[in-house]
Ligand binder design. Structure first.
Ligand code: ATP
Length: 383
């Protein structure tokens, strides 16, 4: 069984704490993505799991067995790195076969048979007799995967395996990897700094910052119910809008606008004074161009469009407050691609009360996340 348990795992390099007191349970057959900015400790975590680094303290269990002192070969894992590390003088067949080099109990014919089987699974049977320099980047990555799969391990460890591929191929390989993981049903820990990969591939995402685990949850939860400002900012593209302000009775007061807080929000906010108001760009409702003298509602703002980024299916609007210099973007909003606004338009912008997040400005902790009916939302997602 490929369940993994990390308890109070710590790794120091001199004065640097690379991984700080990490506890994490990963279920058998789960696809867990470790994500975070450069230097947050994700590769070190993966390397400890692989047996390439020794923990300073804490414990690692795979399939219930204590792993801290086991050499990598005895951990029943297979690793795939960003650098495919294929042997240039070997054919695809030999490279895949090489994954079985240290495995006992296979005859030479069985090793060949296994390599052919794996090549079929990966759709590269026709490449078996080619050398790596006769392959595209995507094909090389498949061979590297083949070398990992051929051993039929309990756990796959993958460190940025798609980052050398161009955007289109990366998107294709994301789907392929997910299908493959499903088909092979092998517990997978996948490291990336790319939040799109994390969101699209993971059963659960573990978000790390500065060696510390910030949240481990489904992509849905990390996006809609972030634990703190770090997770809210890290997950989502374009990034969540965050406005600093203070509370005046039941109103959030930012530099350029005031926003009344509903009763349930106030219950969570309590007597906190310094707040950060968050709203996702796609939740902002941008009305058509509005004359200056139109009435503005409680949850509405009048803003100027400073930049329009057309993406075809949608437009990303950069908006600033009329009393701000035009290059100072206050909010970003995502509208439909057919919603035609142009730079310089003055628009009315609505921030629906259902969609706001409120954070404690001092600690960064989320005190209120957007309202949603999770069961209904998930059912809709599945349809
Ligand atoms: P990246 O995405 O850039 O690979 P990461 O999140 O994988 O980053 P790690 O490589 O785990 O981060 O590094 C975590 C911290 O530990 C960093 O501050 C890094 O400089 C430090 N570190 C990692 N390996 C070593 C080492 N062998 N010696 C000293 N410091 C190290």
């Amino acid at each position: 069984m490929g369940q993994i348990q990390l308890t109070d795992l710590m790794k120091r390099f001199g004065d640097t704490v690379a991984v700080d007191d990490l506890s994490l349970d990963i279920a058998d057959e789960e696809f867990l993505v470790l994500v975070g900015p450069s230097g947050c400790g994700k590769s070190t975590t993966l390397r400890m799991l692989a047996g390439l680094e020794t923990p300073t303290s804490g414990d690692i269990y795979i399939g219930g067995d204590h792993m801290n002192y086991r050499v990598p070969q005895n951990r029943d894992i297979a690793m795939v790195f960003q650098d495919y590390a294929l042997y240039p003088h070997m054919t695809v067949r030999q490279n895949i076969r090489f994954g079985l080099e240290e495995e006992e109990g296979y005859t030479s014919a069985e090793r060949d048979e296994r390599a052919v089987e794996v090549a079929e699974t990966l759709g590269i049977s026709d490449l078996l007799d080619r050398k790596p320099d006769e392959l595209s980047g995507g094909q090389q990555q498949r061979v590297a995967l083949g070398r990992a799969i051929v051993r039929d391990p309990e756990v796959f460890l993958m460190d940025e395996p798609l980052s050398n591929l161009d955007a289109k191929l990366r998107a294709e390989m994301r789907t392929e990897l997910q299908n493959l993981q499903d088909q092979l049903a092998v517990t997978t820990v996948y490291v990336t700094h790319n939040q799109t990969e994390a969101m699209t591939m993971a059963d659960r995402i573990a978000v790390m910052d500065d060696g510390e685990l910030q949240q481990v949850a489904s992509p849905f939860e990390c996006y809609h119910e972030p634990n703190n400002l770090f997770v809210a900012e890290f997950i989502g593209e374009p990034m969540i809008n965050l406005v600093r302000g203070t509370r005046s009775e039941t109103t959030f007061v930012g530099e350029h606008f005031s926003y009344p807080l509903d009763e349930d929000v106030m219950e969570s906010v309590g007597d906190r004074d310094d707040l950060v108001l968050g709203v996702r760009p796609e939740d902002i409702v941008v009305a058509d161009t509005d004359p200056d003298d139109a009435a503005i509602g409680d949850h509405e703002l009048r803003m100027d469009v400073t930049v329009v980024e057309p993406h075809g299916d949608q437009n990303v609007l950069h908006l600033s407050h009329p009393d701000q210099p035009s290059d100072d973007d206050a909010l970003q909003a995502v509208t439909g691609g057919m919603h035609l606004v142009t730079r310089g338009d003055r628009v009315t912008v609505r921030i629906p009360p259902d969609t706001i997040h409120v954070f404690d400005a001092e600690t960064g902790t989320a005190v209120h996340n957007r309202r949603h009916d999770q069961e209904a939302d998930l059912t809709e997602l599945e349809q």
